[in-house]
Design a protein around this ligand. Sequence first.
Ligand SMILES: [Zn+2]
Length: 77
Amino acid sequence: MTLEVNCPTCQNKVVWNESAEYRPFCSKRCQLIDLGEWSFENHKISSPMKVDAEISADMIEDIEAMLAANEQDFFKE
Ligand SMILES: [Zn+2]
């Protein structure tokens, strides 16, 4: 039996086995595209801070929690 998943970036079928180095992505290219989108999300999170000068301790806690969650995603492989 073969387990197949769809590449999150291009939706190609990826056979899930030891040799599928970039699973669940079909290729390094698709993996990098996904990481690029991840950093783009980070930019969107950080930009409103420049507009709002009032940063409360609660906000900093929220942001730190958000960054920690992102890092965990990032290092999951
Ligand atoms: Zn792909």
